[in-house]
Design a protein around this ligand. Sequence first.
Ligand code: GLY
Length: 403
Amino acid sequence: MELKQDSDNNVSYEALELFQPPTAHEAVFQQALERALGKISALVPRFGLRNPRMGIPGTTRYAFCIPDEWVASFWCGQLWLAYSLTGDPHLKNSASMRRDYFRTVLENPRWHDHDLGFLFSLSTVADFTLTGNEKSREMGLRAADFLAARWRQPMPFVMCWNPMLRDGPEFMKRKTGTLNIDSMQAMALLFWAARETGQSSFTDIANMHLETSRQYLVRDDFSSYHAYEFDPRSGEPLGGFTHQGLHDESCWSRGQSWAIHGFAQAYLYTGLSHYREAAAGMADYVANHLPEDGVPLWDYNLPADETPYRDSSAGAVTAAGLYTLARCFGHGAEAQKYTALGDKILLGLVEHCDLTANADAEGLLKEGAAFVGLGRAENMLPYGDYYYLEALMRSVGHTEFFW
Ligand code: GLY
């Protein structure tokens, strides 16, 4: 592998040597993938233009999004992935018909936050990638412009959350200067825009955001803070805290998963070795805190007296991230190690949380934990479904995604 040293900042860039090692459970994962594809096709007429929001507690039915929901693109992303495998025009039509909704998102700047990444990578970028639709490309680029414009000096990151009246004065103030770990996936939209336009400013902003995330969100033991507060006037770092995890110093498992997937993805875009090292260290932390059955609990530091809710969505994002990370190690021994860890988690999901064989279920996975502090646990979640599909595809060797 060729290494090159950047004399200014001592960062090493690597020539990518990519290889996806085979899974040890190909038949099981291929069958689950085929069941998932069958279910997605069957749900197209049932969902129509509605986008799943969260499972209705105690059922296998979904409640659906109202406008301005961060989860609005995960069904669309499943439609595009399923179309990429099957070529079924019904899937393409159903996904394309959602373009008007995403146009509405662009037209409402008050709805814009770091979730522009999820919203547009899985809708218009996916559309352009698979069909070459120019309107979708334009919309993806506009979304990337809006996301990049959320970098406001002196902060060394793009602003993540928007302060809202409903947050109360304290959290509202805090949100103004906060970097969160959920934004890790959003950087792919900026890297994509840089490739499409040749404008290096997109890459510079993404790298700045990722580097700040690496320095402040990732702790020395490779666990992570959900969020980190900075002084909005000076940009001075103030401290880490949680919003959806157990407590400020614990490790929220979905946050950890966003970072593993996000750093592995960033390595593929940039070849910057410290992104791969961050993803690998965080994956090793998961390996040391994973329940025997392979499905993460909602926080990796849950004491025995807390209800051990699983978060299947954290498992799905982590598994997809681990296969991505394994690919980043070429033929190295680490590739086998992270594939084996991805296999353990994905097998745990197939054995304990999979709904693909349940004809009545509107989702692919049960037992997601959206926000335990607000009582949202044991739900189907559209992002759990999307990343489960992505993880199943990656496990059997697919490498073309929308980030
Ligand atoms: N807001 C992103 C998450 O709940 O993971």
